[in-house]
Design a protein around this ligand. Structure first.
Ligand code: CA
Length: 282
């Protein structure tokens, strides 16, 4: 498996301005195969992520060849706190799923290089437990039955209401979570991903989307060393441009916020190895 950090080192070029669509930019990126992978990124939002709406960090792969629909979906999902990677054909979808761990996949059935239906089984082999939602312009019940029987978890017929897509996505992702595990508690920190809230004792923490994502990651694996690449992979999308010290800066801000709220928890920097959330030594 190639980490996001390693993958990010590959080609990442902005293409002609003619391909720009509103405030969304199209990027090319090359994964293992050397074949370009077309992705959508919102550069403007990257610059202001610190003030972005707080949300959880679920990373979603959007497989959709209709550029306009993909751009609108991408923007709506990011506004709801998802990290979204977009690809526009079956080949790139397979490669992305083999490279990155996704919390969920949205798959259009009408793709240029292959029928999306035939992609469900291979994706299931690579990522057996990743929730998969089908988008289809076909209202024939037979194709919906085929999709669900092949391993899709839910479907939505086009045209669809964006709010319904986001709710269905959250619903299929909840199915995989332990029912009692929604609210995380460690030491004096309480974290509720469904409410996008975190607090130290009674003191609420005001976190940016990425700070929230980082804290969520550490709370899921307390007293465990996470490498820089693991943190990057969980928090940033394909389209996010990272400076070399982005993770350090992010974790520095998170530490300061935990400290200001009086938390006994601290994100330790294990030099050369990674980071660990645990109580400060007395
Ligand atoms: Ca299509």
């Amino acid at each position: 498996m190639v980490s996001a950090h390693a993958a990010r080192g590959l080609l990442f070029n902005r293409v002609s301005p003619a391909l720009e669509c509103s405030n969304v930019f199209f990027w090319h990126r090359t994964l293992n195969s050397g074949k370009p992978l077309t992705l959508v990124g919102d550069v403007a939002r990257n610059a202001t992520f610190g003030t972005a709406k707080t949300g959880h960090s679920m990373r979603v792969l959007l497989v959709e060849d209709n550029g306009k629909l993909a751009a609108v979906t991408h923007d709506a999902m990011r506004a709801h706190g998802f990290t979204v990677d977009h690809v526009s054909n079956a080949h790139d979808a397979e490669e992305a799923v083999a490279t990155i761990h996704y919390d969920s996949i949205i798959l259009d059935l009408g793709l240029p290089d292959r029928d999306g239906l035939t992609l469900i089984e291979p994706l299931r082999k690579i990522a057996p437990s990743t929730p998969l939602l089908i988008l289809t312009a076909r209202d024939a019940s037979s194709s919906i039955i085929d999709a669900l029987d092949s391993g899709a978890d839910d479907y939505l017929c086009k045209p669809f209401v964006m709010g319904v897509l986001i709710s269905r996505l959250r619903a299929i992702m909840r199915r995989g979570e332990p029912r009692h595990g929604t609210i995380l508690q460690l030491g004096d920190v309480t974290f509720d991903p469904s409410q996008y809230s975190a607090s130290v004792g009674e003191t609420p923490l005001s976190l940016s989307r990425r700070e929230f994502a980082a804290l969520h990651l550490f709370l899921r694996r307390p007293n465990h060393v996470l490498s820089k690449a693991e943190v990057e992979e969980a928090i940033y999308g394909f389209d996010d441009e990272l400076s070399s010290n982005a993770i350090e800066v992010l974790l520095h801000r998170l530490r300061k916020k935990l400290q200001a709220a009086g938390s006994a928890l601290y994100i330790h920097n294990m030099r050369g190895i990674g980071y660990m959330l645990r109580e400060k030594r007395p």
